[in-house]
Design a protein around this ligand. Structure first.
Ligand code: OGA
Ligand code: MN
Length: 284
């Protein structure tokens, strides 16, 4: 029997009593979908799925796509992005690390993905946790006068200027990347397309600019909000077990990977990405 339990009182729902590879009735699925929209992340434990089942289950939540056209997409299932430090025949099988600073995926895109489903296949004995932060909760907890102050602000997100913050070890963007990566702007307070709830959209570590505001004013404001956005009461740090699945709503949650001993231990995660989800709420 389907059972939904809060992960913490600030974020997330653990979904129990189902096998995600079996048929899930529309009625049960609607409850699961609602919990995803309302609590920003879902956790399913002790699951076994093939790549095809992973894609099929993700597809119930929305349209699945190959997020990055990378060499780390699975050959037979390009919708699956492999995150791993494992090297096979001298070649890395996956992207060795993913966002180790607080972020939402593709914030620098005109239309960021709406969510992602991460499935743990092999996990290191220590480290490699993933943290999540509820941006509905962060917004709701802001003092009223801060809400008023930020109500109509637009943030400017530059993929080019973000690079040294997000990937300090990578080379500076090339001329071609600079030309392709145009800045985008998004509301600092995002209205969720399904629930209409407001979520804070301030990023995690890059001092995003604010339209029409001088930097000496925008940097302290956004830096304060970034700290606030990840206060412990809005966050949850997940210690993975093999067989765990977490689905996050990229519109209302930020996340962050944590390090592990890549030289002596192995981590293998499969990820699918959702480009668009259904927006109507299920009938009550
Ligand atoms: C991601 C990501 C975190 C992790 O896949 O977008 O940030 O812990 N992953 O692997
Ligand atoms: Mn990420």
């Amino acid at each position: 029997m389907l059972e939904l339990r809060p992960i913490t009182d600030g974020i997330g729902t653990e979904v129990r009593g189902i096998d995600v590879t079996q048929d899930i009735s529309d009625k049960d699925f609607d409850r699961i979908y609602e919990a995803w929209i309302d609590t920003t992340i879902l956790l399913f434990r002790d699951q076994r799925m093939t790549p095809a089942q992973h894609v099929a289950f993700t597809r119930r939540f929305g349209e699945v796509y190959a997020y990055t056209r990378s060499q780390f997409n699975q050959d037979d299932h390009p919708e699956i992005l492999v995150l791993s430090n494992i090297v096979k025949d001298g070649k890395p099988i996956g992207s060795p690390y993913s966002g180790r600073v607080w972020h939402s995926d593709g914030a620098y895109l005109e239309r960021p993905p709406v969510g992602s489903m991460l499935y743990a296949r092999e996990v290191p004995p220590v480290g490699g946790d993933t943290s999540f932060s509820n941006q509905f909760g962060a917004y709701a907890a802001l003092p009223e006068r801060v809400k008023e102050r930020i109500a109509d602000l637009q943030v400017v997100i530059s993929r080019v200027r973000s690079r040294p913050y997000n990937y300090p070890d990578r080379p500076a963007p090339t001329a071609k990347e600079r030309a392709e990566w145009v800045d985008v702007s998004h509301p600092m307070v995002k209205v969720h397309e399904v629930s209409g709830r407001k979520a804070l959209n301030v990023g995690g570590n890059v001092p995003w600019e604010i339209v029409g505001m001088p930097q000496e004013e925008s940097t302290p404001l956004i830096t304060f909000l970034q700290e606030f956005a990840v206060l412990p009461r809005f966050t949850y740090r997940h210690r993975w077990r093999a067989g765990d699945i977490i689905l996050w709503d990229n519109r209302s949650a930020m996340h962050r990977a944590s390090p592990y001993d890549e030289t002596r231990t192995r981590r293998l995660m499969h990820r699918t990405t959702i480009s668009g989800a259904r927006v109507e709420r299920p009938a009550a």
